[in-house]
Design a protein around this ligand. Structure first.
Ligand code: ATP
Length: 377
């Protein structure tokens, strides 16, 4: 167990593909990871989230020593590990392809690295006796990987990663091959395992449910750069920028380009090509003035069809979906489609004219130029 610290880490790959006459020099590609700094505490569970190609796996591979670090420092505890060989880093790895040795039994797969380290048979037996029940693979020790289900293989994969009690456990999309129900089961297994061994753990995933449910803190990346790091509630409730706001949450937060307008002494959010007007909540009054352009963010749960009609404008429902336990309603606001989720039992129809009500205190503001959050005073 140990604290992990990354300071200003960069990764630039080289395009080593040779041209047809093999004379072309290797070209530097754009940075896959840019100026990445974060730390995780001893025993913490961190989730790295972000769209495809944002640098998640590259980050994990640098931690594991499978990729060189172009610039910056990585520490585990007091030790700078940049130049340590993977085998000397005391890191457990479980990547999405199980990479188990098919001709070996589960026991021998678990023992493989320990034998390479010349550990005694007694030590190996002790380590496997501890980890096998923890990952529920104790009944599988005599079987070989081809006879195992996807979930069983993944449990063996993770058992192998933690059997030597690593300082740091790295999981790269460990559940991506499993179907929905199995994923949920494995999520619980991983959580239970982490509570038991309390090893500093980093999981890379594109599945935000996975990250939100497993991780103490989530790190969100885009184009190789850190966008925000925080607890699941922090990144959900207080996204630092439009990207995080639109990335976390399903369906995502509505982000509506808006201009503030004053009408009869009251400030409103107004929207191009839309009759919708939303009164500016009190907490924003000190920072907004008529004519200012902002992006208004509102989660689908925080806007609804008004129960009581007012003098405000009506908007037709563009899409209505009844999903059983919730209903999804979308309306057009200018060029954007605004999604709403409601659990009330009123049935609506496409085209029906409705008025909207915002939970104004739960709206978010972003600067349309920079995408950064605008904080209320
Ligand atoms: P995904 O979710 O699709 O796995 P990711 O967030 O894990 O994506 P990376 O695999 O880290 O992203 O890739 C980050 C960037 O680095 C991408 O632009 C990718 O094309 C590039 N890249 C990754 N590996 C290499 C490599 N070996 N050589 C050159 N470029 C690479």
């Amino acid at each position: 167990m140990a604290e992990l610290v990354l300071r200003n880490v960069y990764k630039q790959y080289e395009n080593t593909e040779k041209s047809w006459f093999r004379k072309k020099k290797a070209q530097k590609l754009d940075f896959a990871v840019k100026n990445l700094s974060f730390s995780c505490n001893d025993g913490e569970f961190i989730g790295i989230l972000g769209p495809s190609g944002c640098g998640k796996t590259t980050t994990l591979r640098m931690l594991a020593g499978l990729e060189t670090v172009t610039d910056g420092d990585i520490y585990i505890g007091e030790t700078r590990i940049n130049n340590l060989l993977p085998k000397d880093r005391n890191i457990g790895l479980a990547f999405e392809d199980y990479a188990l040795y098919p001709p070996l039994t589960v026991y021998d797969n678990l023992a493989f690295n320990m034998r390479a380290k010349k550990m005694s048979n007694e030590e190996i037996q002790k380590a496997i006796d501890y980890v096998a029940p923890l990952l529920k693979v104790d009944d599988l020790l005599d079987q070989k990987p081809p006879s195992l289900s996807g979930g069983q293989k993944q449990r063996v994969n993770i058992a192998r990663a933690i059997v030597r009690r690593p300082k740091l456990l790295l999981l790269d999309e460990p559940l991506s091959h499993l179907d929905g129900k199995m994923r949920q089961g494995m999520r619980h297994e991983i959580k239970r395992m982490h509570h038991e061994i309390k090893c500093t753990t980093i999981i890379v995933t594109h599945d935000q449910m996975e990250a939100m449910s497993l991780a103490d803190r989530i790190l969100i990346m885009k184009d190789g750069e850190l966008q925000q790091m925080g607890t699941p509630m922090e990144v959900y409730d207080n996204p630092e920028n439009e990207f995080v706001a639109g990335f976390i949450g399903e369906p995502p937060m509505n982000l509506l380009p808006s201009v503030i307008q004053k009408e009869e002494g009251t400030l409103f959010f107004t929207f191009e090509n839309s009759p919708l007007r939303v009164e500016v909540p009190k907490r924003y009054l000190g920072i907004l003035e008529s004519g200012k352009k902002v992006t208004l963010g509102v989660r689908p749960m925080d806007v609804m069809v008004a129960k009581q009609t007012t003098a405000g404008s009506y908007i037709p429902i563009a899409i209505y979906e009844n999903l059983g336990d919730e209903r999804r309603i979308s309306v057009r606001v200018g060029d954007s489609l605004m999604n709403m989720i409601t659990t009330d039992n009123v049935v609506y129809e496409r085209g029906q004219e409705v008025q909207l009500e915002f939970y104004a205190e739960r709206t978010h503001l972003f600067d349309p130029e920079t995408g950064k959050r605008i904080r209320a005073n």
